[in-house]
Design a protein around this ligand. Structure first.
Ligand SMILES: NC(=O)c1ccc[n+]([C@@H]2O[C@H](COP(=O)([O-])OP(=O)(O)OC[C@H]3O[C@@H](n4cnc5c(N)ncnc54)[C@H](OP(=O)(O)O)[C@@H]3O)[C@@H](O)[C@H]2O)c1
Length: 304
């Protein structure tokens, strides 16, 4: 593949297309990676729709895509630990994007080695969901009591897969049944079982967001933690006395990618991939994804 997905406008119908773009040579501290796989995230759709512009000031034209796996193609001055041909994976800064193309040039700190046996599509599918899951679980590591996870998409799946090895976990969602495993309680997305689980929770991690955030907060007991991942709490949200509530924004760094590689190599993190497609279909898939009509995870793989 030599073409890149490109957006020349944002909004409800961003009209993505394909364009031949020259690869950028790596500067000091950078790597150029030949892309073998790239995964779509809800963030890609939010950015294309023009949301979150205060946090992510995108400049058009823009090549979307943060999560990728591939091979090192060129090494910039001062970079150690990587050589051409190394199998790697990583996450670009969302403003820079660039994963949905033939190659990406970015700081070496945004890249890690891919373990043997973890194919490119698997690694690409893990990056953002596993990274925010690790960060969220680190943030609540000191909190006691049952852990309740709301939402069974890619982030909910990564949270369950990691957390169940250390503590009792409850997962609730419309698609949560597939996550049943030893140490995991599966509940429907609504109902008395979930209400009781939230009332007894030490920690609730919410990957769904929306108006239900307020209801969940109101049910928490003093001492409980609430961590929002899908979106920040509304400014006027009522947080009960004794409840600690906050939002986790993916920070990256801190060896996160190496931890993800280790958990994938150990079989702890296993992403589910709904659809694999080639660069020729990326514009159509991106449009449908942006319209919110596709299940996660959608992964572009290199043809041939
Ligand atoms: N704060 C951050 O830095 C950060 C980082 C990553 C993601 N996020 C945000 O977190 C939220 C969740 O991300 P995600 O990657 O988990 O999204 P996702 O995989 O697209 O899941 C979103 C929802 O889709 C539903 N779903 C799951 N499997 C499905 C299937 N097979 N068919 C149809 N629907 C299905 C789930 O609903 P049910 O729960 O009902 O099953 C899930 O809650 C998004 O808003 C994302 O932008 C934030």
């Amino acid at each position: 593949m030599t073409r890149s997905l490109i957006l020349t406008r944002m909004g409800a119908t961003p009209e993505p297309g394909l364009a031949e773009l020259p690869p950028r040579e790596p500067g000091p501290g950078e790597l150029r990676i030949a892309i073998d796989a790239a995964a779509l995230n809800p963030l890609d759709a939010k950015l294309a729709r023009g949301h979150l512009a205060d946090w992510f000031p995108i400049v058009l034209p823009w090549v979307p895509g943060t999560d990728f796996a591939g091979r090192v193609a060129a090494v910039g001055a001062g970079v150690t630990g990587f050589a051409p041909g190394d199998e790697v994976f990583g996450r670009s800064d969302p403003v820079a994007g660039g994963a949905f193309g033939p190659a990406i040039t970015l700081p070496a700190g945004f890249v890690a080695r891919r373990p043997a046996g973890i194919v490119a599509a698997t690694a690409a599918a893990l990056v953002t969901p596993a990274a925010i899951a690790l960060q969220a679980l680190d943030e609540v590591a000191g909190a006691d009591g049952p852990l309740v996870i709301l939402g069974s998409g890619a982030v909910g799946t990564a949270l369950v897969q990691i957390a169940r090895h250390g503590r009792a976990v409850t997962i609730s969602g419309r698609h949560a049944a597939r996550l049943a495993a030893p140490g995991v309680q599966v509940l429907a997305a609504e109902g008395g079982g979930l209400t009781a689980a939230i009332a007894g929770a030490g920690v609730v991690i919410d990957t769904v967001g929306g108006p239900r955030q307020r209801q969940v907060l109101a049910r928490l007991r003093p001492g409980a933690r609430f961590l929002a991942i899908a979106e920040p709490l509304p400014e006027d949200a009522a947080v009960p006395a004794g409840v600690e509530a906050g939002f986790a924004a993916l920070a990256g760094g801190g060896g996160q990618l190496d931890r993800i590689a280790g958990l994938a190599a150990d079989g702890v993190l296993v992403p589910e991939i709904a659809n694999r497609f080639g660069i020729g279909d990326v514009a159509a898939v991106f449009s449908t994804w942006t319209a919110g009509r596709l299940p996660a995870r959608q992964v572009m793989v290199r043809e041939g």
